[in-house]
Design a protein around this ligand. Structure first.
Ligand code: PLP
Length: 426
């Protein structure tokens, strides 16, 4: 039944029904959480044997005889570089394996641009204005990094095939203060979009007024497919940049946060020869070396690219039913109301949901009051300001299936209630 075509009287009747449903949910005093894209306990259990891969009786030397229990090899042991290079489509020689999480490296590289500058250009701290392109909806922690440096964020719509490239090209061509763009090229957070080959080529070859323009290529979900038969793949940004004569334009990031243990994985950055040398120099001021024992543990547990694929199949077996459940319930509960749309990703960790304009905050508030915590409305936009107040990020992985089932029922009820309130005010 379409809410959009209902008369005021019909809307009022529907409001009474949905309010009664909402009050029933509220009386259950639920405490459910769909706020952040965290793996479930069951997924964490997949990686616990990792902890047994290195112990006091293990050989603690890497394959080139580096003692992993001691200082040295700031850019990572060779087998960890090879492992991370295999998922990043990057020559291991152009990879630096760092610490436990990739967000930290992204922060560090923005900091590097700020303190030292890139490609011999002026450090960003000496410029009056630095701007950054932020495809929306996007990842709140990316936006928080840019905000922390006081740069101005410019939202760019994320379309079916990646960022709106007509707009991106127009902006970077004429504005030298635009120094970078966030890209989550595969199974983007939160919409699940994967960039088309054409988008990758256009990003790599576009003409930029800033000579030190950088693509921050955060391929956080590079191997995170939900099934074997319906997978997206993204073209290699390094190759595209090289082919376009812009080899210095990209930084690639990846981590095992959602392959093994979030917060206790290994993370890596990839860049051109010149840039990886500069990055290592920058990082070597802050550390003599990252945690090589953890690198060793990861390599011994995951082994190689095929080992990672196998591990990701196990994750998919746990989380695909959750994505399917959310989609089935949203379809059943909302498809004929004409008040919502949502994405159906082939991988990653999120579903991006859009309700009617001016309903996202209210929906989240209603859900919270009924005991269901979701990602805050606006989080998917720079400065937490969604101009439509319509986008909500659904993170289905953490709760067990039964809890997710209940949480989505509550969510659907809240979406309807918020929409009815708005429609009745028209
Ligand atoms: N990048 C994206 C796009 C993410 O969605 C996340 C986590 O949700 C991260 C990075 C965090 O990765 P890490 O744990 O390696 O810092």
């Amino acid at each position: 039944m379409s809410y959009i075509t209902m008369s005021p009287l019909e809307l009022k009747d529907e409001l009474d029904i949905i309010t009664a449903q909402y009050n029933t949910h509220k009386a259950r005093k639920l405490s459910l959480n769909m706020a952040r894209g965290k793996p479930s306990r069951e997924q964490i259990a997949l990686s616990l044997p990792l902890l047994d891969c290195v112990n006091s009786s293990s050989d603690l030397y890497s394959e080139d005889d580096t003692d992993c229990a001691n200082y040295g090899v700031m850019d990572g042991i060779i087998e960890a570089k090879r492992l991370m290079g295999s998922i990043m489509q990057q020559d291991p020689d152009l990879v630096c394996v760092c610490g436990n999480a990739s967000l930290n490296i992204m922060y560090d590289l923005v900091c590097m641009g700020f303190m030292r500058g890139f490609d011999g250009e002026t450090p960003w701290n000496q410029l009056d204005t630095v701007r950054w392109l932020c495809p929306v909806p996007g990842y709140d922690r990316h936006f928080a990094i840019i905000e922390a440096f006081g740069f101005e964020m410019i939202p760019v719509p994320l379309l079916e095939n990646g960022p709106d490239m007509d707009l991106v090209e127009k902006l970077v061509e004429s504005d030298a203060s635009i120094k970078g763009i966030w890209c989550v090229p595969q199974y983007s957070n939160p919409s699940g979009v994967t960039y088309s080959d054409k988008t990758v080529t256009r990003l790599a070859s576009m003409s930029c007024a800033a000579k030190d323009f950088k693509i921050f290529w955060d391929n956080a979900y590079c191997v995170h497919h939900l099934s074997d038969d319906n997978q997206d793949f993204v073209a290699d940004i390094a190759q595209a940049c090289e082919a376009a004569g812009n080899a210095q334009r990209y930084f690639k990031f990846a981590s095992t946060s959602k392959i093994t243990l979030p917060g206790a994985g290994i993370a890596a950055v990839g860049a051109s020869k010149n840039n990886i040398t500069a990055v290592k120099k920058h990082l070597s001021v802050q550390t003599v070396g990252y945690d090589k024992m953890n690198q060793l543990r990861h390599v011994r547990f995951l082994k190689d690219y095929d080992g990672i694929v196998e591990q990701m199949r196990k994750h998919a077996a746990i989380i695909k039913p959750k994505f399917d459940l959310v989609d089935a319930k949203l379809t059943q509960g909302l498809a004929d109301t004409d008040i919502a749309s949502w994405t159906k990703p082939h991988g990653g960790y999120f579903i991006s949901f859009d309700g009617l304009d001016n309903t996202a905050k209210r929906t989240i508030e209603l859900a919270r009051e009924a005991g269901v915590t979701m990602t805050g409305a606006g989080a998917t936009w720079p400065y937490k300001k969604d101009p439509h107040d319509s986008n909500i990020r659904i993170a289905p992985t953490l709760p067990p299936l039964e809890e997710l089932d209940t949480a989505i029922d509550v969510f659907i009820c809240c979406v309807k209630l918020a929409a009815l309130e708005i429609l009745l005010k028209r």
